[in-house]
Design a protein around this ligand. Structure first.
Ligand SMILES: [Mg+2]
Length: 232
């Protein structure tokens, strides 16, 4: 039986957040349109929008590509920032198929699972309950942002969060990280942990490759299969 610990990010590997991001994009565009009825807005399709997000195109540029002028694009960007990580928009998130089965299988193999996420505690707990994952990530295995924590930037905050998790993890076994953004890769690299980047989230292959993760895989299932294979 492989002895290892799996740390995973939440949004991207576990949850599909593309619908929330796209709905918030539409919500903020509609708000700009309301304030500027004569603006010539072109709503991008979901696949066009998501491809831009995955290529890490900045929010004001997405606004410009939707027909906004520079000032409107700034207002759009601010609206998006204030809105995307708020309720009730989290209700648009979905669980990727097969995730519960993968995590249950790991639990049966006595492989410890930790979640390390930039979600706030109430946002993580909401999603765990929504997706029926509460038992698979016990409270002591949840590393998230406090409800009142003032965030800086993900790639700065996440390594700190990972340091906290690592003090709790028994160091006897290999620890692996799975994530979908540069923040996950940088956090793992900061602590010398191997990291598998997955394509089921908010970055595309070319963007992830620039941060040099140890591996890039399609999704959490493939990442877990690779990690278990390496542990044999
Ligand atoms: Mg993520």
């Amino acid at each position: 039986m492989p002895m290892l610990t799996l740390c995973t990010d939440f949004d991207g590997p576990v949850a599909d957040v593309s619908e929330r991001y796209y709905r918030v994009y539409g919500f903020c565009l509609a708000k700009i349109q309301q304030n500027h009825p004569d603006s010539a807005i072109t709503v991008l399709s979901k696949s066009e929008f998501w491809a831009l997000k995955r290529a890490q195109v900045p929010e004001p540029e997405i606004g410009r590509q939707s027909g906004l002028n520079p000032a409107q694009a700034q207002a759009f960007s601010q609206c998006r920032r204030e809105t995307v990580h708020t309720f009730p928009h989290f209700e648009w998130d979905g669980l990727w198929p097969g995730i519960r089965e993968i995590l249950t299988q790991l639990a049966h193999q006595n492989i410890e699972r930790y979640v390390i996420t930039m979600r706030r505690q109430r946002e993580l707990n909401f999603a765990l309950a929504q997706f029926g994952l509460t038992d698979l990530f016990p409270p002591a295995h949840r590393y998230c942002i406090g409800d009142d924590f003032v965030k800086t930037q993900d790639h700065l905050d996440k390594p700190v969060l990972m340091a906290q998790a690592l003090t709790a993890i028994a160091p006897a076994h290999p620890v692996w990280m799975v994530g979908d953004t540069e923040a996950d890769i940088i956090a793992a690299q900061t602590h010398g942990i191997p990291v598998v980047a997955v394509l089921s989230g908010i970055r595309d292959q070319a963007t992830l490759a620039t941060y040099q993760p140890d591996f890039i895989q399609p999704d959490l299932a493939a990442a877990v299969a690779l990690i278990l294979g390496m542990a044999k």
